[in-house]
Design a protein around this ligand. Sequence first.
Ligand code: ATP
Ligand code: MG
Length: 623
Amino acid sequence: MHPAASGIATEPRKRVLPYLGRPFGSLFMKFWSQYFIPTLKESPADAEIASHRLLVRAGLVRKLGGGLYTYLPLGLRVMQKISAICREEMERSGAIELAMPHVHPVENWVKGPRWAAAREIMFRADGAGDGERPSKEPEFVLGPTHEEVITPLVKGEISSYRDLPKNFFQIGTKFRNEIRPRFGLMRAKEFLMMDAYSFDADDAGAIRSYQAMKLAYENFFRRVGATAIAVEADTGVMGGSFSHEFMIPAEVGDDDLFYNEESGYAANREKATSALVPPGLEDAAPEGEAEEFATPGVVTIAALEAAPYGVAAERQFKTLVFVGDGRPFVVVLRGCDELEEAKLGSLGFLKVRPATPEEIEPVMGAKPGSLGAVKGTIRNAAALAGVFADHAIRLVGNGTTGANRDGHHLRRVNVSRDLALTRFGDFRRVRPGEPDPLSGRPLKVRRGIEVGHIFKLGTKYSDCYGAVYADDKRESHPMVMGCYGIGLSRTLQAVIEQSHDADGIRWPWNVAPFHVLVCLLDPQVPEAAEMARKTAAAAERAGADVLVDDRAERPGVKFKDADLIGIPLRITIGGRGLKEGVVELKWRGAAEASKIPVHECETRIEAEVRTRGGTLEAADRSD
Ligand code: ATP
Ligand code: MG
């Protein structure tokens, strides 16, 4: 029912916009009957996780296509609050806001260090009507992040140590052609990110910038009501010297984080290491000459474990062949270990892929299943870019491996005597229960959602684009960079994932689309409408964003919707309650509502809002 017909409109109007027919309250107060909150009873079929279902059911977003979403008014309000908190914390850390274009000339990227690796996920934005450059290189691309734009910008604008350090940030849309967009806003093709880029004169400065951002991130996640853990992360395509990811623990997360809360160790799966190999471990002494034996048809670790061979996986060497920037290379692991492909990033190739059987045989001399890295057995060892072994094979000491002859293996292969290794490295995936590298306590694992990332980049980009500055002796140095990103839209959904129950969302106060919901059960009763007006005004005076549910719906429908959209504080006003002289106050998630005498209502609401909002603001950040 339109409030004009409900009796509310007969109240004296305050700050009224007559053409909108606003019944009362400030411009910011919203009336459900006139606003747009299309809640749904049913979940969309493609929504596999609770937060995705709730996003749609609570009327926050609607899908346009895979990984593409419209923010409906409620969703937009949350997004704006999250952005505002993020902006405040960035400003507080000293970062400076600017805004760069989303459409980038491809030249900026071609010049940069990650074009080969990044282009697959980049949307091309070919110039309209440009028939000259059909399918080869696009003329423009859509930005997945902005290192390729900011670094040349800073090169052009900053040349003296006096203008450093600087940290620039922006809040804007990013584009990534994700192969499998899923889980709503979690992995979208278009999403909102805060990205920042720091420029320092030296490494010490870059570390200070990094630490300032880490603190700003911690404040941000605390303020939006999310529990996020900073974990050591792989630097991947970005290169760079070190990085942390901010993870929100959740079963539905895409990432594994390994941690031990007592030692404080925390790293994502791609980066996690363990103290499995004791530091002082001596090389195993040979157990006699290596010996070839026939293993017809045996091409797996498991087959060699079985009778009649009975070689435990822990006693086998697993030999894998990859192609890095066009050249094959070999990785050796224990038979019982899994490769963590991200760790191959430490080898410095821009692009790595598994070699095909057709590529493997001419180099190694055998098909996969009979491969090994024993000296003198590789057919064309000169073709290899290297043979890299995981440290853990030293625990095997003497083991069994392929002979590079189909259907044959070698036993009593000694690591230091027999393997043709270029070097050792950390390539295996750790397992829960292994000793953590800080304290030796057992590693635990849980799933998490990556919501933010900070990188100390070093000079990779400044070298590439010539972003140098002159010091006080007029000597030229590359700027030392850092880059930082928070997935703001992913954070929005991760907050829901962390904060919901069977009935709907439970918004943390600071990011709730509205703080207070005035639930008016009998809009046609003038006393009820008047009470709603007073209550809503009191809440607004205390600083709350107020939504008035003035719809002519049954109480059951209103309560269900209220729980679904998850506004923290609900005040229910109805004709029956007013006759008893009470209104009801209920925090979302509290089991019971409390009844408040009508005459105390305004002061009580003001007090609740001030304490709740106020306490949170004071307690929710640290400097
Ligand atoms: P992921 O590993 O999840 O693909 P990423 O490591 O590629 O993410 P970054 O380049 O570190 O992402 O981007 C910074 C932040 O942007 C991420 O921490 C994440 O919160 C967010 N983000 C990245 N990709 C997406 C996406 N497709 N949809 C929504 N948010 C994203
Ligand atoms: Mg990342």
